[in-house]
Write a protein that binds this ligand. Structure first.
Ligand SMILES: [Zn+2]
Ligand SMILES: [Zn+2]
Length: 289
């Protein structure tokens, strides 16, 4: 294993515990128990496990049922919906949707998400939204249909909506407005600028900041964080992705949340305990746990 793939050291524990509002434990090495214990040892006592396809969403619901520290969200990822409709030429979908299934297959998968969304340990519907970075124009119709269906499911079950928005800010905001956003909507891995943060603030959307806010070129993200109302700010890892500086390129996991919380506290010129207290309350309010 190359040295740059080694797990970063555990940071100094937070004095005030927080939640990792968005993680993918099923894509990380080690067991769930190990990940939760390591996270809890540095003050990350709660995680939101996010499903990206039907199998992953079932796993998230099962894992949340088995662990008090885990809450689940369920969805077909914006890059998954077109694969179900059109097939998956690269074959890397865990669901193995290599054969085009058309709209009927998407509807069937959405039915499965709908059933999971009714479970009490499932606190949100997502990650859903739009991704114009990985999905080309041919996948946009499927992506949009799936996004609109997820918004409806979230509202009907009274669950939070978790948004994945990559290079699609205007369209995501437009569709949310057209459909009517659920009472609680979270922009995961918030990637807009300060002007968009003001739009989100007016709509009451939560903004969850990930490790990429520590990257050198991420000044617009830090400006957005500075502009966001404190009561709408969350933190997440999106692990195993987006490992914060100075560990960029090494595997991410929930126990690294304190690194990002400290970088966020510096941006807001806030005491780390005060920021952690706010984040903790915000996450519980956003996901209603
Ligand atoms: Zn995402
Ligand atoms: Zn994610």
């Amino acid at each position: 294993m190359p040295s740059n793939a080694e797990a970063p050291p555990a940071p100094t524990p937070l004095r005030v515990p927080v939640a990792d509002s968005h993680t993918h434990l099923d894509m990380q090495s080690g067991t769930v128990e190990e990940a939760l214990a390591k996270a809890a040892s540095v003050g990350v006592t709660t995680v939101v496990q996010v499903g990206c396809d039907l199998a992953g969403s079932r796993w998230a619901a099962d894992t949340a049922a088995a662990h008090d520290a885990v809450h689940a969200t369920v969805a077909l990822h914006p890059n998954e919906a077109p694969r179900i409709v059109h097939g998956d030429p690269d074959g890397w979908s865990r669901q193995g949707a290599r054969v085009p299934g058309g709209d009927a297959a998407l509807d069937e998968a959405l039915d499965g998400i709908d059933r999971l969304a009714a479970l009490p340990q499932v606190k949100g519907v997502g990650e859903t939204g739009l991704d114009f970075f990985r999905t080309g124009p041919e996948g946009m119709a499927a992506q949009e249909r799936s996004f609109r269906a997820h918004i409806e499911i979230a509202k009907r079950h009274g669950k939070a909506l978790v948004i994945h928005d990559r290079d699609a800010h205007a369209d995501v905001l437009r569709i949310l407005k057209e459909e009517g956003a659920p009472e609680r909507t979270v922009f995961h891995c918030y990637s807009g600028d300060a002007a968009m943060a003001e739009v989100c603030a007016r709509a009451g959307y939560y903004m969850s900041f990930a490790g990429n806010m520590t990257f050198k070129n991420a000044q617009p993200l830090r400006d957005a964080l500075a502009a966001a109302p404190l009561e709408l700010v969350l933190v997440e890892t999106d692990a195993p992705f987006l490992t914060p500086m100075p560990y960029r390129g090494r595997p991410n996991a929930p126990y690294l949340v304190p690194v990002t919380v400290r970088a966020m506290a510096a941006v807001r010129d806030l005491d780390e305990d005060a920021l952690a207290t706010a984040i903790s309350a915000n996450t519980a309010r956003a996901f209603d746990y």
